[in-house]
Design a protein around this ligand. Structure first.
Ligand SMILES: [Zn+2]
Length: 173
């Protein structure tokens, strides 16, 4: 394992966003203009808009007829447009000062083609306070870690935002 205090950097440039109704449409020229990948965030657009503004948005079920949430569901991340239990639309709910523990991790020395995170880095699963699911992400630190270490979220915002899921990163507390 490489012991360094350098922070992980991204090998990417911001994706262009246009809007179709309220949904973001991502233009991602991975392989030049002819190789542009188009991808809509659809009903999950508020999640990506939030990241670029330094806010982490989850979803929760508030349907009183839901057999699981009974109208007071826990927060989900990654967000879901519809509740997996009752299939009704979920509502957006911000996770303030997102923090949690490292639930699992992988030390990635070689990424596949197209990986936009500089290797080596830790890919981590984070169990967040107040969230019932586990979110996968990346750690900016490269110092040795253990399962259970506390982490907090940081965001790439403004001119640094990539308009992708890479706009949330984690750092050791
Ligand atoms: Zn539900």
């Amino acid at each position: 394992m490489e012991r360094t205090t350098d922070k992980v950097k991204l090998n990417t440039s911001p994706s262009t966003i246009t809007k179709v109704d309220d949904a973001w449409l991502l233009h991602f020229p991975r392989f030049g203009e002819e190789g542009t990948h188009y991808h809509t965030y659809g009903l999950l657009t508020p999640y990506f808009e939030g990241l670029g503004a330094g806010r982490l948005m989850g979803t929760r079920c508030v349907n009183p007829k839901c057999p699981v949430s009974r109208g007071d569901g826990e927060r989900w991340l990654p967000p879901r447009a519809d509740c997996p239990d009752c299939h009704q639309p979920m509502v957006w709910d911000e996770i303030e000062k997102p923090a949690g523990i490292i639930y699992a991790y992988t030390w990635v020395e070689r990424g596949g083609s197209g990986l936009e995170i500089e290797c080596p880095y830790y890919q981590i699963d984070v169990k967040m306070d107040g969230v019932c699911t586990i979110l996968k992400g990346y750690l900016r630190d490269r110092t040795p870690i253990q399962i259970g270490d506390r982490v907090r979220a940081g965001f790439l915002t403004g001119a640094d935002a990539t308009n992708t899921c890479l706009d949330i990163y984690w750092e050791l507390v």
